[in-house]
Design a binder for this molecule. Structure first.
Ligand SMILES: [Cu+2]
Length: 146
């Protein structure tokens, strides 16, 4: 079937929504991705989720939580070096400065998806919601990749 103009526009719109989410308070989520789960193992598996949070607004905001239907619990973590040993610890909040950005990336801040409820294979997409003090809940899709 030949794609209609309307179906092309719908597809483009869905793609745009999936790639980027912006709120009225000016929070934008970009480049969201999740590490795949190890093949064949499901129970008790944890993985990391990463993204760039941009604050286009003129007031600072704070990331204070997250959820994801693919995981039983989601924590905000920070990777730290203690006596040359890399470890992670939960943090209560991450500040996103006005007009600035925070990168959640390997070796730094990240979301820990704890006790996955499904396998995550490269190419899958999962929904994640970040919770901000000012902007409230911001939902977006993250792609599973290495
Ligand atoms: Cu972690």
């Amino acid at each position: 079937m030949k794609p209609t103009r309307r179906s092309i526009i719908t597809a483009l719109l869905l793609f745009t929504l999936a790639a980027c989410a912006t709120t009225d308070a000016g929070i934008t989520i970009e480049d969201a991705w999740v590490r795949p789960s190890p093949a064949g193992i499901l129970e008790g598996v944890n993985t990391g989720a990463f993204m760039v949070i941009r604050n286009l607004g003129d007031q600072a905001d704070r990331l204070i939580g997250a959820d994801c239907p693919a995981a039983r619990v989601v924590e905000i973590h920070e990777t730290t070096m203690v006596n040359d040993v890399m470890s992670m610890r939960p943090v209560a909040a991450v500040e996103v400065p006005a007009g600035g950005e925070v990168q959640l990336k390997p070796g730094s801040y990240h979301l820990m998806l704890i006790d996955l409820q499904q396998t995550l294979a490269p190419g899958d997409e999962i929904e994640i919601t970040l919770i901000f003090e000012r902007a409230g809940r911001v939902a977006f899709k993250a792609v599973v990749r290495e």
